[in-house]
Design a protein around this ligand. Structure first.
Ligand SMILES: NC(=O)c1ccc[n+]([C@@H]2O[C@H](COP(=O)([O-])OP(=O)(O)OC[C@H]3O[C@@H](n4cnc5c(N)ncnc54)[C@H](OP(=O)(O)O)[C@@H]3O)[C@@H](O)[C@H]2O)c1
Length: 287
Protein backbone atom coordinates (compact mmCIF):
# COMPACT_ATOMS: atom_id res chain seq x y z
CA UNK A 1 0.00 0.00 0.00
CA UNK A 2 1.26 3.48 -0.82
CA UNK A 3 1.24 5.96 2.02
CA UNK A 4 -0.21 9.29 0.92
CA UNK A 5 -0.10 12.60 2.78
CA UNK A 6 -2.69 15.25 1.85
CA UNK A 7 -2.00 18.81 3.08
CA UNK A 8 -4.66 21.52 3.51
CA UNK A 9 -7.21 18.94 4.70
CA UNK A 10 -10.08 21.36 5.29
CA UNK A 11 -9.88 22.86 1.80
CA UNK A 12 -12.28 22.15 -1.06
CA UNK A 13 -10.01 19.84 -3.07
CA UNK A 14 -8.79 17.94 -0.01
CA UNK A 15 -12.40 17.30 1.01
CA UNK A 16 -13.10 15.90 -2.46
CA UNK A 17 -10.00 13.70 -2.20
CA UNK A 18 -11.26 12.43 1.15
CA UNK A 19 -14.60 11.62 -0.45
CA UNK A 20 -12.94 9.77 -3.35
CA UNK A 21 -10.45 7.94 -1.09
CA UNK A 22 -12.56 4.75 -0.62
CA UNK A 23 -12.35 4.21 -4.42
CA UNK A 24 -8.58 3.85 -4.03
CA UNK A 25 -8.10 1.00 -1.54
CA UNK A 26 -4.40 0.73 -2.43
CA UNK A 27 -3.72 4.14 -0.95
CA UNK A 28 -3.29 4.67 2.78
CA UNK A 29 -4.22 8.30 3.48
CA UNK A 30 -3.15 10.80 6.12
CA UNK A 31 -4.95 14.16 5.94
CA UNK A 32 -3.42 17.12 7.77
CA UNK A 33 -5.03 20.53 8.18
CA UNK A 34 -3.28 23.85 8.73
CA UNK A 35 -3.18 23.37 12.53
CA UNK A 36 -1.67 19.89 12.21
CA UNK A 37 0.85 20.87 9.54
CA UNK A 38 1.43 24.53 8.70
CA UNK A 39 3.28 24.23 5.40
CA UNK A 40 4.81 27.70 5.84
CA UNK A 41 6.79 26.53 8.88
CA UNK A 42 9.90 24.79 7.48
CA UNK A 43 11.01 23.34 10.84
CA UNK A 44 7.60 21.74 11.43
CA UNK A 45 7.46 20.35 7.89
CA UNK A 46 10.97 18.90 8.18
CA UNK A 47 10.31 17.24 11.51
CA UNK A 48 6.90 15.92 10.37
CA UNK A 49 8.54 14.17 7.40
CA UNK A 50 11.32 12.82 9.61
CA UNK A 51 8.77 11.27 11.97
CA UNK A 52 6.40 9.87 9.30
CA UNK A 53 7.19 8.32 5.97
CA UNK A 54 5.13 8.86 2.83
CA UNK A 55 5.39 7.56 -0.72
CA UNK A 56 3.32 10.45 -2.09
CA UNK A 57 2.49 13.95 -0.84
CA UNK A 58 -0.50 15.73 -2.39
CA UNK A 59 -0.18 19.43 -1.66
CA UNK A 60 -3.59 21.07 -1.76
CA UNK A 61 -2.66 23.73 0.84
CA UNK A 62 -2.75 27.12 -0.80
CA UNK A 63 -3.57 30.79 -0.43
CA UNK A 64 -6.53 30.96 -2.84
CA UNK A 65 -8.18 34.35 -2.27
CA UNK A 66 -7.43 36.05 -5.61
CA UNK A 67 -8.80 39.45 -4.52
CA UNK A 68 -7.11 39.60 -1.10
CA UNK A 69 -3.79 38.40 -2.54
CA UNK A 70 -3.40 41.82 -4.19
CA UNK A 71 -2.90 43.37 -0.74
CA UNK A 72 -1.56 40.29 1.08
CA UNK A 73 1.27 39.51 -1.32
CA UNK A 74 3.61 38.30 1.39
CA UNK A 75 1.12 35.76 2.77
CA UNK A 76 0.24 34.55 -0.75
CA UNK A 77 3.91 33.98 -1.63
CA UNK A 78 4.59 32.35 1.76
CA UNK A 79 1.98 29.63 1.16
CA UNK A 80 2.05 29.36 -2.63
CA UNK A 81 5.78 29.66 -3.23
CA UNK A 82 8.06 29.44 -0.15
CA UNK A 83 6.12 26.52 1.37
CA UNK A 84 6.24 24.65 -1.95
CA UNK A 85 10.04 25.02 -1.91
CA UNK A 86 10.14 23.52 1.59
CA UNK A 87 7.90 20.62 0.57
CA UNK A 88 9.98 20.01 -2.57
CA UNK A 89 13.22 19.90 -0.55
CA UNK A 90 11.74 17.61 2.08
CA UNK A 91 10.13 15.30 -0.51
CA UNK A 92 13.46 15.02 -2.30
CA UNK A 93 15.26 14.01 0.91
CA UNK A 94 12.58 11.42 1.82
CA UNK A 95 12.06 10.13 -1.76
CA UNK A 96 8.42 11.16 -1.66
CA UNK A 97 6.64 11.90 -4.95
CA UNK A 98 5.11 15.38 -4.73
CA UNK A 99 1.80 16.06 -6.48
CA UNK A 100 1.15 19.80 -6.47
CA UNK A 101 -1.84 21.75 -7.78
CA UNK A 102 -1.49 24.96 -9.76
CA UNK A 103 -3.71 27.24 -11.76
CA UNK A 104 -4.80 28.61 -15.13
CA UNK A 105 -4.05 32.07 -13.65
CA UNK A 106 -0.36 31.61 -14.48
CA UNK A 107 -1.40 32.74 -17.99
CA UNK A 108 -2.28 36.27 -19.13
CA UNK A 109 -5.29 35.20 -21.20
CA UNK A 110 -4.12 36.64 -24.52
CA UNK A 111 -4.30 33.28 -26.32
CA UNK A 112 -7.43 32.29 -28.24
CA UNK A 113 -6.98 28.51 -28.21
CA UNK A 114 -6.58 26.21 -25.18
CA UNK A 115 -3.32 26.63 -23.28
CA UNK A 116 -0.82 23.78 -23.44
CA UNK A 117 1.94 23.09 -20.92
CA UNK A 118 4.65 24.66 -23.13
CA UNK A 119 2.83 28.00 -23.50
CA UNK A 120 4.54 31.03 -22.05
CA UNK A 121 3.33 32.05 -18.60
CA UNK A 122 2.69 35.67 -17.69
CA UNK A 123 0.51 36.05 -14.59
CA UNK A 124 -1.48 39.28 -14.35
CA UNK A 125 -2.35 39.14 -10.64
CA UNK A 126 -0.51 38.42 -7.39
CA UNK A 127 -2.21 35.05 -6.87
CA UNK A 128 -1.11 33.85 -10.34
CA UNK A 129 2.42 35.17 -9.77
CA UNK A 130 2.64 33.39 -6.40
CA UNK A 131 1.42 30.09 -7.89
CA UNK A 132 3.91 30.38 -10.77
CA UNK A 133 6.69 31.04 -8.27
CA UNK A 134 5.60 27.84 -6.47
CA UNK A 135 5.85 25.83 -9.71
CA UNK A 136 9.35 27.21 -10.28
CA UNK A 137 10.48 26.43 -6.73
CA UNK A 138 9.18 22.91 -7.06
CA UNK A 139 10.90 22.23 -10.38
CA UNK A 140 14.15 23.67 -9.00
CA UNK A 141 14.21 21.66 -5.78
CA UNK A 142 12.96 18.16 -6.60
CA UNK A 143 12.62 15.96 -9.65
CA UNK A 144 9.92 13.42 -8.75
CA UNK A 145 6.93 15.72 -8.99
CA UNK A 146 3.67 16.24 -10.85
CA UNK A 147 2.34 19.79 -11.14
CA UNK A 148 -1.31 19.73 -12.18
CA UNK A 149 -2.72 23.07 -13.33
CA UNK A 150 -6.47 23.29 -13.13
CA UNK A 151 -9.19 25.92 -13.51
CA UNK A 152 -12.35 27.34 -11.92
CA UNK A 153 -12.78 24.66 -9.23
CA UNK A 154 -16.18 24.12 -7.66
CA UNK A 155 -17.84 21.43 -5.57
CA UNK A 156 -20.18 20.93 -2.64
CA UNK A 157 -17.27 21.88 -0.30
CA UNK A 158 -15.62 25.14 0.69
CA UNK A 159 -16.15 28.56 -0.83
CA UNK A 160 -16.72 28.58 -4.56
CA UNK A 161 -18.81 30.20 -7.30
CA UNK A 162 -21.24 27.25 -7.50
CA UNK A 163 -22.13 27.55 -3.81
CA UNK A 164 -22.29 31.36 -3.95
CA UNK A 165 -24.76 31.29 -6.85
CA UNK A 166 -26.96 28.74 -5.08
CA UNK A 167 -26.89 30.77 -1.87
CA UNK A 168 -27.95 33.97 -3.65
CA UNK A 169 -30.63 32.10 -5.56
CA UNK A 170 -32.00 30.62 -2.35
CA UNK A 171 -32.06 34.09 -0.77
CA UNK A 172 -33.96 35.45 -3.80
CA UNK A 173 -31.21 37.92 -4.74
CA UNK A 174 -30.92 39.19 -8.33
CA UNK A 175 -27.65 38.18 -9.99
CA UNK A 176 -25.52 40.15 -12.46
CA UNK A 177 -22.70 37.97 -13.77
CA UNK A 178 -19.82 38.74 -16.09
CA UNK A 179 -19.42 37.45 -19.63
CA UNK A 180 -15.89 38.88 -19.83
CA UNK A 181 -13.83 35.79 -19.01
CA UNK A 182 -13.83 32.41 -20.72
CA UNK A 183 -12.62 29.35 -18.86
CA UNK A 184 -13.66 25.84 -17.88
CA UNK A 185 -15.56 25.21 -14.64
CA UNK A 186 -13.98 22.09 -13.16
CA UNK A 187 -15.71 19.82 -10.70
CA UNK A 188 -13.16 19.37 -7.89
CA UNK A 189 -14.44 15.79 -7.45
CA UNK A 190 -13.21 15.00 -10.99
CA UNK A 191 -9.85 16.59 -10.24
CA UNK A 192 -9.62 14.59 -7.00
CA UNK A 193 -10.12 11.33 -8.92
CA UNK A 194 -7.54 12.42 -11.51
CA UNK A 195 -4.99 13.24 -8.80
CA UNK A 196 -5.56 9.89 -7.10
CA UNK A 197 -5.00 8.12 -10.41
CA UNK A 198 -1.63 9.82 -10.56
CA UNK A 199 -0.93 8.84 -6.95
CA UNK A 200 -1.79 5.20 -7.72
CA UNK A 201 0.20 5.03 -10.94
CA UNK A 202 3.81 3.94 -11.09
CA UNK A 203 4.39 6.54 -13.77
CA UNK A 204 7.72 8.30 -13.81
CA UNK A 205 6.52 10.75 -16.45
CA UNK A 206 7.10 13.56 -13.97
CA UNK A 207 6.49 17.17 -14.86
CA UNK A 208 3.82 19.68 -15.67
CA UNK A 209 0.26 18.77 -16.69
CA UNK A 210 -3.04 20.53 -17.33
CA UNK A 211 -6.26 18.94 -16.12
CA UNK A 212 -9.71 20.52 -16.22
CA UNK A 213 -13.17 19.51 -17.31
CA UNK A 214 -13.67 20.07 -21.07
CA UNK A 215 -15.59 22.76 -22.94
CA UNK A 216 -15.74 26.47 -22.29
CA UNK A 217 -17.97 28.89 -20.43
CA UNK A 218 -18.15 32.43 -19.15
CA UNK A 219 -19.04 32.97 -15.48
CA UNK A 220 -22.48 34.00 -16.79
CA UNK A 221 -22.83 30.67 -18.68
CA UNK A 222 -21.78 28.83 -15.54
CA UNK A 223 -24.28 30.71 -13.35
CA UNK A 224 -27.06 30.04 -15.87
CA UNK A 225 -26.25 26.32 -15.95
CA UNK A 226 -26.24 26.14 -12.13
CA UNK A 227 -29.67 27.78 -12.00
CA UNK A 228 -30.96 25.46 -14.74
CA UNK A 229 -29.76 22.37 -12.90
CA UNK A 230 -31.13 23.58 -9.57
CA UNK A 231 -34.51 24.33 -11.14
CA UNK A 232 -34.27 28.07 -10.31
CA UNK A 233 -33.69 29.55 -13.77
CA UNK A 234 -37.30 30.79 -14.00
CA UNK A 235 -37.38 32.36 -10.55
CA UNK A 236 -34.01 34.13 -10.27
CA UNK A 237 -33.40 37.46 -11.99
CA UNK A 238 -30.14 36.72 -13.88
CA UNK A 239 -28.47 39.48 -15.92
CA UNK A 240 -25.22 39.73 -17.91
CA UNK A 241 -22.50 42.35 -17.60
CA UNK A 242 -19.21 42.83 -19.40
CA UNK A 243 -17.92 45.35 -16.81
CA UNK A 244 -17.80 43.52 -13.48
CA UNK A 245 -15.16 45.40 -11.50
CA UNK A 246 -12.73 43.37 -9.40
CA UNK A 247 -9.58 44.43 -7.61
CA UNK A 248 -7.43 41.70 -9.14
CA UNK A 249 -7.12 41.45 -12.93
CA UNK A 250 -8.15 38.10 -14.36
CA UNK A 251 -7.20 36.48 -17.67
CA UNK A 252 -10.02 36.92 -20.20
CA UNK A 253 -9.26 33.48 -21.66
CA UNK A 254 -7.82 30.64 -19.59
CA UNK A 255 -8.99 27.37 -21.12
CA UNK A 256 -6.55 24.53 -20.53
CA UNK A 257 -5.76 21.73 -22.96
CA UNK A 258 -5.73 18.48 -20.93
CA UNK A 259 -4.53 16.19 -23.75
CA UNK A 260 -1.11 15.47 -22.23
CA UNK A 261 -2.67 14.40 -18.91
CA UNK A 262 -5.34 12.26 -20.59
CA UNK A 263 -2.77 10.41 -22.72
CA UNK A 264 -0.33 9.89 -19.84
CA UNK A 265 -2.93 8.58 -17.40
CA UNK A 266 -5.36 7.03 -19.92
CA UNK A 267 -8.43 9.00 -18.92
CA UNK A 268 -10.95 11.18 -20.73
CA UNK A 269 -11.95 14.58 -19.43
CA UNK A 270 -15.60 15.13 -18.69
CA UNK A 271 -17.56 18.01 -20.22
CA UNK A 272 -18.12 20.69 -17.57
CA UNK A 273 -21.88 20.85 -18.20
CA UNK A 274 -22.25 17.06 -17.82
CA UNK A 275 -20.14 17.05 -14.69
CA UNK A 276 -22.21 19.85 -13.14
CA UNK A 277 -25.31 17.64 -13.57
CA UNK A 278 -23.68 14.77 -11.70
CA UNK A 279 -23.12 16.98 -8.68
CA UNK A 280 -26.86 17.62 -8.41
CA UNK A 281 -27.73 13.94 -8.94
CA UNK A 282 -25.19 12.79 -6.35
CA UNK A 283 -26.33 15.35 -3.80
CA UNK A 284 -29.96 14.36 -4.29
CA UNK A 285 -29.00 10.72 -3.78
CA UNK A 286 -27.21 11.62 -0.53
CA UNK A 287 -30.25 13.48 0.87
N1 LIG B 1 -10.44 27.16 -6.27
C1 LIG B 1 -10.18 27.35 -7.54
O1 LIG B 1 -10.98 27.86 -8.32
C2 LIG B 1 -8.84 26.92 -8.09
C3 LIG B 1 -8.59 27.09 -9.46
C4 LIG B 1 -7.34 26.67 -9.96
C5 LIG B 1 -6.40 26.10 -9.12
N2 LIG B 1 -6.69 25.99 -7.78
C6 LIG B 1 -5.65 25.38 -6.92
O2 LIG B 1 -6.22 24.16 -6.42
C7 LIG B 1 -5.69 23.89 -5.12
C8 LIG B 1 -6.82 23.56 -4.16
O3 LIG B 1 -7.68 24.69 -4.09
P1 LIG B 1 -8.98 24.69 -3.17
O4 LIG B 1 -10.09 25.24 -3.98
O5 LIG B 1 -9.13 23.38 -2.50
O6 LIG B 1 -8.54 25.81 -2.10
P2 LIG B 1 -9.11 26.06 -0.63
O7 LIG B 1 -10.48 25.52 -0.49
O8 LIG B 1 -8.85 27.51 -0.34
O9 LIG B 1 -8.17 25.15 0.27
C9 LIG B 1 -6.85 25.50 0.57
C10 LIG B 1 -6.55 24.97 1.95
O10 LIG B 1 -5.20 25.28 2.24
C11 LIG B 1 -5.16 25.61 3.62
N3 LIG B 1 -3.97 26.40 3.95
C12 LIG B 1 -3.76 27.72 3.76
N4 LIG B 1 -2.57 28.07 4.29
C13 LIG B 1 -2.04 26.94 4.82
C14 LIG B 1 -0.84 26.65 5.53
N5 LIG B 1 0.05 27.62 5.78
N6 LIG B 1 -0.60 25.38 5.92
C15 LIG B 1 -1.51 24.40 5.69
N7 LIG B 1 -2.67 24.61 5.05
C16 LIG B 1 -2.92 25.87 4.61
C17 LIG B 1 -6.41 26.42 3.84
O11 LIG B 1 -6.68 26.47 5.22
P3 LIG B 1 -7.59 27.64 5.81
O12 LIG B 1 -8.98 27.26 5.44
O13 LIG B 1 -7.28 27.57 7.26
O14 LIG B 1 -7.14 28.91 5.16
C18 LIG B 1 -7.42 25.61 3.06
O15 LIG B 1 -7.98 24.61 3.86
C19 LIG B 1 -4.84 25.10 -4.75
O16 LIG B 1 -3.50 24.84 -5.05
C20 LIG B 1 -5.34 26.20 -5.68
O17 LIG B 1 -4.35 27.17 -5.92
C21 LIG B 1 -7.88 26.36 -7.26
Amino acid sequence: MKKVLVTGAFGQLAMCIKQAAPNFPDLDFTFVNRTELDVTDPATVRSYFSEHSFDVCINTAAYTNVEKAETEKEQAFAVNAAAVKTLAEVCKIHKTVLIHVSTDYVFDGTKTSPYIEQDATNPINVYGASKLAGEEELAAHCSRYFIIRTSWLYSEYGHNFFKTILRHANEGNPLTITTEQLGTPTNANNLAEAILLVATSESSAYGLYHYSNSGEASWYDFAKAILQESGQIETVNLAKTDHYRTFAKRPVYSILNSTKFCKAFKVDTINWRESLKTLFVENNNHK
